[in-house]
Design a protein around this ligand. Structure first.
Ligand code: GDP
Ligand code: ZN
Length: 303
């Protein structure tokens, strides 16, 4: 028995067991009784979650395997609801260059929803091998808006080194519609993925059930990626208000400071610097039009 506390990250939660990554080791842990008491984790909404940083004590099982006890849970920086993962640092908005053709309204929803949950984001167009000539312009538009943009092909390998670099040393989740190549990318990036998700038929089965257990998988280059897509990032958060929308567009922050009215929604207001920058081509007009549409939807209570 070694009662020094060590820090670790919860990779999976199943039936009262918490798989914790501490240094390079994975330990099956249980919760110390005091943490189970009512109110003990009042500041950790919903109890200990995948992605939580915890402090554990280790003990050696009779079998010789290392196990541990979760003694403390550290405060979180954010919590993604579906699947439940704490402390996600990066959401990769995953689309396909074709088949299915990218949906830019969905892309913008993913990006602003990630911002809403305080998660950084990047854009990845997969199936680059199928791309039309318009893809570089599109990539450029999002890069100008301040996003890291990757073009990848899970099939032929383009862009995978950049994707590996982007995923290094952080906790990431992929979000995007079905069929864009998320599983294919995880397959080539994460050695554990095959083993973790099993064969394709069971994967398809599970894809239908958005509540299935999520795990974080360690990446060879350091960092962790969720084995389940971030479904909640595909829909606008239920609590999101129209007046908050402008703040979820990073490229509107600087011009917004020059808008005549505080709380400018960048729509009909006179002296709106965002509108001026759209008119002069500094800001992307397509993304701005989609912004107006989402703003209208939010005001109408539609999502
Ligand atoms: P998911 O639903 O996002 O997990 O998508 P999958 O990984 O299941 O991929 C859907 C289909 O697209 C499969 O038939 C893959 O073989 C194919 N696919 C995935 N990545 C690529 C790619 O980069 N290029 C091409 N041409 N096909 C791909
Ligand atoms: Zn404005």
């Amino acid at each position: 028995m070694d009662d020094r506390l060590i820090s670790g990250l919860v990779l999976a939660v199943r039936g009262g067991f918490y798989r914790v990554l501490a240094a390079d080791e994975q330990l099956e842990c249980r919760l110390r009784g005091k943490l189970k008491r009512k109110g003990a984790l009042a500041d950790i909404a919903g109890g200990v979650s995948v992605g939580d940083w915890v402090q554990i004590s280790r003990n050696r099982q009779e079998s010789g395997e290392m196990a541990g006890m979760v003694e403390n849970v550290l405060p979180r920086s954010n919590l993604l609801p579906r699947p439940r993962i704490a402390n996600v640092e990066l959401c990769i908005a995953e689309l396909a260059a074709r088949e299915p053709l990218y949906d830019l309204l969905l892309l913008d929803k993913i990006l602003l929803t990630a911002a809403y949950y305080h998660i950084g984001s990047a854009v990845c167009f997969n199936k680059e091998d199928l791309a039309n000539d318009d893809l570089p312009n599109l990539a450029e538009a999002y890069a100008k808006a301040g996003f890291t943009v990757l073009l990848t092909s899970a099939l032929h390998g383009q862009g995978l080194d950049s994707l590996r670099q982007l995923l290094e040393n952080k906790v990431s989740v992929l979000a995007g519609p079905s069929g864009v190549g998320k599983s294919s990318l995880l397959n080539v990036l994460v050695p554990e993925y095959q083993a973790a998700v099993g064969d394709i038929s069971s994967r398809l089965q599970r894809g239908k059930h958005t509540t299935r257990h999520v795990s974080l998988l360690p990446l060879p280059g350091g960092g962790l990626v969720a084995d389940t897509p971030g479904f909640s990032l595909l829909e606008l958060p239920p609590e999101l208000k129209a007046k908050d929308l402008p703040h979820l567009y990073p490229e509107y922050a600087a011009p917004a400071a020059a808008c005549r009215f505080l709380g400018c929604l960048h729509r009909h207001e006179p002296g709106c610097a965002v509108k001026e920058q759209v008119a002069s081509g500094i800001l992307d007009s397509g993304r701005y039009e989609r912004y107006l549409r989402l703003l209208g939807d939010l005001e109408a209570g539609a999502r």
